[in-house]
Design a protein around this ligand. Structure first.
Ligand SMILES: Nc1ncnc2c1ncn2[C@@H]1O[C@H](COP(=O)(O)OP(=O)(O)OP(=O)(O)O)[C@@H](O)[C@H]1O
Ligand SMILES: [Mg+2]
Length: 387
């Protein structure tokens, strides 16, 4: 059951207090009567008051001061002032204090007082409801903010794990890549051990250094790809460089068969971005294209992947084009959804294009797919040119 509101009635004339008690006692309110300012103030301090009906001029203080104390304790409490001589000053104070209404003394119609108390109470109900709604809104907002933070953290985690999954695919190729310079190092080291001719041995040693450099480059590229990019700063990224790096990373993945990768990217095209994120975009698009082509051509020749880029007055564009199986029209709008994959279990997570889409849109770019079933696919990215 809802607790009744507390109405405090203050007047120094006993007969008036009696009249007010009589007309207000049928109301669903808890009444407290006070015959002086001091008594009323004690009530306000000790027993929270929702509604106040007070004489303006009390022998030991002003009714308006009581209103001030009431509103300080509870801003949505309501007050009605009883006054014999409404003056301009007191009217102004009453407005400033947000007094609900006046009742002139002597009373003309006692039931009018009851009506005014009821109206003040209804107004307060609305304020209470507003306060409750506001609180509810605040709580919902907080819950939403928490959910957003959680989603963002989850996304960051997914991006990271997707990168790691990508590395899994590349790892085989990289192992293959490292094994040939390593083989060279071993061969040269064995040759040095047998060699008496110093200049020849020095030549072998130089070869070893060169093989080691190759291995180091492979390792450096891999570690820069897997690093989380959240802490990396935006820089001016040369497109041809980042595309070439991405292409190299994908080509090393030996599982793609004899696909011909062609890159036609002018030099001098720049994007303001994080290198790692752009590299992720191109690795995913080129890897998808390579995988699509491999699906059609397998170990036969003929598979092609083109990466082209250019710029016009409004935007920088990049296209990744392949002659793989294409994407049926009704599936095209699904490819950017997280976890949408047509690849065999364990082969694809379906996160690649979703991550691409998220990175591209973060840089105010767009991504579109054009494809006809059986006739290859083109993904086109556009980034606005800052003017
Ligand atoms: N170039 C393309 N040609 C044909 N289909 C494609 C191409 N690129 C993407 N797709 C389709 O879109 C789906 C989603 O691609 P996405 O990169 O998001 O995930 P995935 O490649 O399946 O898995 P992951 O990228 O995690 O290895 C693919 O499974 C494939 O069906
Ligand atoms: Mg993919």
């Amino acid at each position: 059951m809802v607790e009744a509101k507390h109405l405090l009635i203050v007047d120094d004339e006993k007969v008036i207090l009696d009249i007010l008690r009589t007309i207000l006692s049928p109301e669903p309110l808890r009444l407290t009567m006070a015959a002086s300012f001091a008594e009323a103030r004690r009530v306000i301090q000790t027993d929270p008051v929702n509604l106040l009906l007070t004489d303006k001029n009390l022998p030991d203080g002003s009714g308006l001061d009581l209103v001030r104390q009431l509103k300080a304790a509870d801003p949505i409490a309501e007050a009605i002032i009883i006054t014999g001589f409404p003056s301009l000053d007191s009217a102004i104070s009453a407005i400033e204090l947000d007094v609900y209404d006046y009742v002139p003394k002597p009373f003309r119609d006692v039931f009018e007082i009851r009506r005014k108390v009821r109206q003040a109470s209804s107004k307060q109900d609305i304020s209470l409801e507003n306060r409750r709604l506001l609180q509810e809104l605040k709580e919902k907002n907080m819950a939403l903010e928490a959910a957003l933070a959680e989603t963002q953290a989850l996304q960051a985690e997914l991006i990271q794990s997707e990168k790691l999954a990508g590395i899994g695919t590349l790892a085989a190729g990289i192992a293959h890549e490292i094994s040939s310079p390593l083989f060279g190092v071993m061969g040269m080291a064995e040759a040095i051990a047998e060699e008496d001719d110093l200049p020849l041995a020095q030549g072998y040693a130089r070869d070893i250094v060169e093989y080691c450099r190759q291995i180091r480059d492979i390792v450096v590229e891999l570690s820069s790809y897997s690093r989380s990019s959240a802490h990396e700063y935006l820089t001016t990224v040369e497109l041809s460089k980042v595309v070439a790096d991405a292409l190299k990373l994908v080509e090393r993945s030996a599982v793609l068969g004899p696909v011909a990768f062609t890159m036609q990217v002018e030099t001098g095209l720049y994007l303001h971005a994080r290198t790692n994120e752009l590299q992720q975009v191109f690795v995913n698009l080129i890897k998808n294209a390579g995988e699509a082509v491999y699906e059609t051509f397998g170990d036969q020749d003929g598979g092609q992947v083109f990466v082209e880029a250019g710029r016009n007055d409004n935007y920088t564009w990049i296209r990744v084009r392949d002659n793989g199986p294409g994407i049926p029209e009704e599936k095209q709008r699904l490819v950017f959804d997280p976890f949408y994959t047509t690849k065999a279990p364990g082969k694809g997570t379906g996160l690649g294009l979703n991550i691409v889409w998220r990175i591209v849109t973060r840089y105010r770019g767009t991504i579109q797919v054009q494809s006809k079933d059986g006739q290859g696919t083109t993904f086109e990215l556009r980034f606005p040119v800052d003017k």
